[in-house]
Design a protein around this ligand. Structure first.
Ligand code: NAP
Length: 521
């Protein structure tokens, strides 16, 4: 993407190619801010000092000066956003301009000034500032994504080196509006654009692909300077932002809620490992209609579909595989070159693959607990492989219906001990989020293999009991990895690196468990 940055004495001092990620630094004191800068500069040589977060911005500048002198590879932005423009600085316009001019003297090569302040300042004052430092003229809309072209037209009346438009996404479609704007305008002007808010997260990755000169990252999940900001570690480690370019294919997982989905970790691991130029994003879709719009407009190459849309997705598909039609649920979508949406259900592979590594499925006697979407994938998948299947569900009518459809049996809880099963599969959420709950009593857990679809915690109570009895266990993470591996294969035509995917998801679950424990302690 061509970048129309003007050439001024100030911009000539900037690196030829600015890094794609600028780390936004906040902190209550200059020492806090600089301690973070010190620890993160090596991996993040592009820093924004949010001077408005400090009680005395001017007093911090000598320390910033010393830091920049000893870290000459750092490119620094100084921002001192006024409270009436969404920042924390309560001083006058003159005081704001003074802070920015002195921040430049302290070594910050770029200064950020809001349109509101710039419109009130004398043109000579802005010109003086810009003759020294490169100027970002910024505008933040904290309510919506609207009037982007009109706002830019207003901003262009004030000469600047970068024009930064930050909006707020209320829906996924707002990201599409921001990207279309960047695609149309970034060849003509040096732009920085993105959407704030939880719904705008995808724009923080995709805006650089659409033409934004760079994007902003948070120091960590707890240290954000704007809503929806993604940490630099995730932008680089998970989303590989440094590799994202115009040819990058976009995939995503769509659901509501989606915040805690492990799919981005696992799928981006696979894309990186197999050298696929693709990125996989969490898509918090509030409606399916909106999701379909984004799939067409972004455009998305592949989608994982999760709760609550697995069944509701069916009418939107142009075609689907036999499993999707039988099970009545779709968890994978491919958008063909013709724009048509093709549906698949890879939960079947998620059940069958781990099992066939442990025993012969044909003629195996399998007990499935539950009769929801995941149970349906297990029942149909195992019947197709010649297993004999019994279903036990809290609501027996649902078990009976599924048994009729799949030519399986139902079983009453009281009769469990009368049959010997090769495999028990838990396809209910019982046991999720704790190590107390178990869908069966200890004495009911008798089989050669126990498979728990619940994957958080990795070692559920059911698996603990089974393991203690010497029964082989399959944790839900294996299903999670295998259904994702099949998605990866459908999208890319390459074999999935299942070992790496399993490692990535296990580490993330362990990290989350440790963080939760730390919070409790
Ligand atoms: P679902 O469609 O909502 O079905 C849930 C099933 O569990 C229903 O049969 C329901 O019985 C039963 N159930 C719910 N709460 C129960 C309780 N307290 N006691 C007994 N039975 C209960 O959900 P799903 O999509 O099938 O998912 C089921 C589980 O599998 C979830 O924990 C999900 O996270 C997990 N899963 C894991 C993977 C993986 O990759 N590892 C993939 C898909 C699903 P009623 O019919 O009586 O309501």
């Amino acid at each position: 993407m061509a970048l129309a940055m003007s050439s001024t004495p100030a911009t000539r001092l900037l690196p030829q190619r600015l890094p794609k990620v600028c780390l936004a630094l906040s902190g209550d004191t200059a020492d806090d801010m600089l301690a973070i800068a010190e620890s993160m500069a090596r991996d993040n040589p592009f820093l924004e000092f949010r001077l408005d977060y400090l009680k005395q911005p001017l007093a911090a500048l000598p320390k910033i000066h010393r830091f920049l002198e000893t870290h000459q590879y750092v490119t620094a932005i100084a921002t001192c956003r006024r409270a009436d423009s969404g920042g924390k600085f309560k001083g006058s316009l003159a005081a704001q301009l003074e802070v920015l001019a002195k921040a430049h003297a302290a070594g910050c090569q770029i200064v950020d000034l809001e349109l509101q302040s710039a419109s009130k300042a004398k043109p000579e004052a802005i010109a003086r500032l810009r003759s020294r430092a490169a100027l970002i003229l910024s505008f933040h809309d904290f309510r919506a994504t609207r009037n982007l072209d009109e706002t830019l037209a207003k901003m262009l009346k004030i000469p600047a080196d970068f024009y930064k438009l930050v909006a707020t996404a209320a829906t996924l479609s707002d990201n599409v509006a921001m990207m279309k704007f960047l695609q149309a305008q970034s060849g003509k002007h040096a732009l920085i654009g993105l959407c704030m808010g939880e719904q705008g997260i995808i724009s923080r990755v995709l805006s650089v692909r659409a033409g934004s000169a760079f994007t902003f990252a948070a120091v960590s999940a707890d240290l954000k300077t704007a809503p929806g900001q993604v940490s630099a570690r995730d932008l680089r480690g998970i989303y590989r932002i440094d590799q994202v370019d115009a040819a990058t294919r976009i995939y995503g997982v769509a659901g509501d809620p989606i915040e805690h989905s492990l799919s981005p970790v696992i799928m981006n691991t696979a894309l990186r490992r197999e050298n696929v130029n693709g990125v996989y994003l969490p898509l918090h879709a509030k409606t399916l209609k909106e999701l379909i719009y984004c799939a067409r407009e972004i455009p998305l190459h592949g989608l994982s579909i999760t709760m609550p849309y697995k069944q509701a997705m069916l009418p939107y598909l142009d075609n689907s595989d036999a499993h999707t039609a039988k099970i009545g649920a779709c968890n994978t979508v491919v958008r063909g070159q013709d724009g048509k949406l093709y549906g698949f259900n890879t939960d079947v592979a998620g059940v069958v693959r781990p099992l066939e590594q442990r025993l012969a499925i044909a003629n195996a006697k399998v007990l499935v607990l539950g009769a929801g979407g995941a149970a349906r994938a297990a029942v149909f998948g195992l019947k197709e492989r010649g297993a004999e299947v019994w279903i036990l569900n809290r609501t027996s009518a649902k078990a009976q219906k599924l048994a009729r459809q799949a030519k399986a049996h139902t079983i009453k809880r009281a009769d469990l001990r009368k049959l010997a099963f090769d495999v028990i599969i838990n396809a209910t959420p019982v046991g999720m989020g704790n190590t107390r709950d178990c869908p069966l009593k200890d004495e009911e857990i008798q089989a050669k293999v126990v498979f728990d679809m619940v994957y958080d915690p990795v070692e559920t109570h059911l698996l603990q009991v089974a393991r203690a009895k010497g029964i082989a266990v399959i944790p839900g993470v294996e299903m999670f990895v295998q259904q994702a591996a099949r998605q990866f294969e459908i999208w890319t035509g390459k074999p999935a690196p299942a070992g790496d995917m399993l490692r990535a998801v296990t580490i993330t679950l362990q990290e989350r468990a440790a963080a939760q424990k730390q919070k409790k302690d």
